[in-house]
Design a protein around this ligand. Structure first.
Ligand code: NAP
Length: 321
């Protein structure tokens, strides 16, 4: 099969389109004929091997799984002996490794039926970013109707879902992004949008019940200034957290939280079937719609990653097959 593979860590230049063997299908795996694969920041981290801590899990010198891509939408081709929930021909979406390829073997518990109203590229944009937004707002922030939510990094993969999920939960949403993406974030449903070059949202003049920190890598001190006295901060991510660990702000939040009135949380999201189904319900109701900026054919997957790194993407980019 054709796949986008890498033999060493580095920039998008290390990615190559090659002919490789089809993946082996374990007893609980589903072999999916990939129709579209979302490109999220995780694909970049695994490609670059940064922060270096990533390599402890993926291979010190080179990635053990050479095929990139972490989410997909497609059609079930074959199922492992213990799979009960899917049969060949089912249209599915979910998360697994090696999705920039014609076929990917994905664990059954990381898949769900594709939302009927979405195209394959739209569905492929959902799993990682959508589930991350859902888990940040529902599980970590425990967002309640009427609460004021600040989404820092509202125009990106996670943020474009976070704005919509927060609105669906009844939040009053303020999004933060760059000037060129303000209209797009407003169109997602944000009540207010702030251009981060024009105003510092952490100057202490406004206070939010929930702050989702997805972009910009602001120090904890500043993020806490934007938080109500008993508000909840969820550090989801943001580049520039250090080349070695990359999680200094996340760990700082967790360590400080027991000593202050504000709740300071971090998130390590995991895609599982029930949360894909929960997102499908929001999608079916019309309250959440993936924002797909552009699609790229499989051979141009390196350009999709370059676009993400360049910051020219609003929402998500998706590789199509
Ligand atoms: N914790 C987890 O489990 C988990 C899961 C998924 C992702 N993540 C992490 O979350 C982060 C975001 O992922 P993503 O896929 O959403 O990335 P993305 O699509 O690249 O989005 C990044 C967002 O950050 C914004 N941003 C950039 N500079 C900013 C600044 N100075 N101030 C405020 N916002 C700024 C961007 O806005 P503009 O484009 O308008 O500049 C964009 O909205 C990454 O670090 C990723 O690794 C964590």
């Amino acid at each position: 099969m054709k796949a986008i593979v890498q033999d060493r860590y580095g920039s998008a230049d290390v990615l190559e389109l090659r002919e490789v063997a089809e993946p082996t299908v374990g007893p609980r795996d589903v072999l999916v004929r990939v129709r579209a694969a979302g490109v999220d920041r995780g694909a970049w981290h695994l490609m670059a091997g940064e922060p270096y801590a990533v390599r402890l899990g993926t291979g010190l010198r080179a990635p053990r799984q050479p095929i990139r891509g972490g989410e997909l939408a497609g059609v079930v081709q074959r199922v492992g002996a213990e799979v009960t929930g899917f049969v060949p021909g089912d249209e599915v979406f979910g998360s697994g490794s090696g999705t920039f390829a014609e076929y990917a073997a994905v664990r059954e518990d990381r898949l769900a039926p594709k939302p009927a109203g979405l195209t394959f590229p739209e569905a492929a944009a959902v799993p990682v970013s959508g589930v991350t937004a859902l888990q940040a707002l529902r599980d970590q922030a425990r967002l309640q109707p009427g609460q004021r939510v600040l989404v820092i990094g509202a125009s990106g993969g996670v943020g474009s879902f976070a704005v919509q999920v927060a609105k669906a939960f009844g939040g009053h949403v303020t999004g933060v992004c760059s000037a060129g993406k303000v209209d797009a974030v407003r169109a997602l449903g944000a009540d207010e949008v702030i251009d981060y070059a024009q105003r510092d949202v952490t100057d202490g003049t406004q206070h939010f019940d929930v702050v989702l920190d997805i972009g910009g890598g602001r120090p904890l001190r500043g993020l806490r200034r934007a938080l109500a006295p008993r508000g909840t901060l969820v550090v989801v991510g943001g580049e520039g957290g250090g080349r070695w660990l990359g999680m200094s702000r996340q760990l700082g939040a967790v360590l400080l939280s027991p000593f202050v009135r504000q709740r300071l949380r971090m998130l390590v999201s995991v895609v599982r079937t029930p949360d894909l189904v929960a997102l499908t319900e929001l999608i079916d109701r019309g309250t959440v719609r993936p924002l797909v900026d552009r699609t790229f054919p499989l051979a141009a997957a390196p350009d999709a990653v370059r676009a993400l790194v360049a910051g020219t993407v609003t929402g998500k980019v998706v590789v199509t097959l």
